[in-house]
Design a protein around this ligand. Sequence first.
Ligand code: SF4
Length: 383
Amino acid sequence: MSQDWEIAIQRTINNNVPRVHRILENHKYVLDLAKKLREAKMRVLSDLETYVEQTLESVKRTGGNAYFVNDDEEAKEIVGKIVGKGKIVVFGKSMVAYELGIRKYLQQLGNEVWETDLGEFLIQLADEPPSHIIAPAVHMTKERVAKLLKEKLGFDVSESSSHEELVQKVREFLRNKFLSANVGITGANAVAADVGSIVLVENEGNIRMSTVVPPVHIAIVGVEKIVPTLEDALIEALVQAAYAGLYPPTYINVTSGPSSTGDIEMRRVSPAHGPKEFHLILVDNGRLKASKDPILREALLCIRCGRCHLHCPIYRVLDGSWGDAPYSGPMGAMWSYIIYNDYKPALYCTHSGNCKEVCPMKINIPRVLEYIKYMGNKQRRDK
Ligand code: SF4
């Protein structure tokens, strides 16, 4: 274990764990919402293809473009055609885009690409994989962040700079990128099948900027993020924020197609001030197959709150490098198998069971990992 990691993860646990306890104690209705959300997501997972079709139709009804892709190659082809080359692209945090290698692909095409979530921005500068799903730079101490900003961008900061000073410098730098961006790319916390809206929850404001300021918005989202209704999608945003320890969330963004106005004779005209194009790319990449397996299906319920990480003894000793990026920790051990057919991260699990206790979706993570271990051994034997 590196000394930097030990310091950074201890500070994170001290800041986050008591906060989540307080939130759940003070807002008990979140527990009921989580239960309701699990039921809604289970309904979708038992008939995922039908919900994919319904979602694609709903997005088109709102004036958006909707696509279903099987893998990274298909996703890159569509994104490449929409973006082209020589553009400025801002990313508003999309784990699926990372999974598919979209940022690097767009850079190869000759675009200037910026991650705008602060954690993602830092790991982009450091050219390192994320170490946590909601705090990708959790392995960096404040002192390391200052050094990185000074070295890579020449910011006037030092190891004694405060958290506030560091954030202010990045804010100034990225503000210009938002205002000159041609395309904004985001993920989604949830997609409502009934109306085709995507819902994104955040605190920084970078997602709101990425979805509204550039003339084109692309959302790249795994099919497991589909929920039956907009009500369920908003519930997912609240539950995710509470279990992530960021409650109430500063922003919940709902996007339903390109911008529009009905202010002249109530005739709906698009675009108005926001994007003139909205594209939703729904990604399979192993998810549909997992949805057919009664044990692996559980993993698809994950709402990316990151809670299991901070309660897991193994995540803590593995320096945040457990799992295939961008998936880390106990959830990452499940998702490494689903997406990359890599069973090895599951082998590290010692089945302490803490993850299952704290998971808002009540995913039986140890059971899923035990199953992946079994499947991995079978794969090895059959070779
Ligand atoms: S597996 Fe559960 S606790 Fe872990 S990130 Fe997903 S929803 Fe959160």
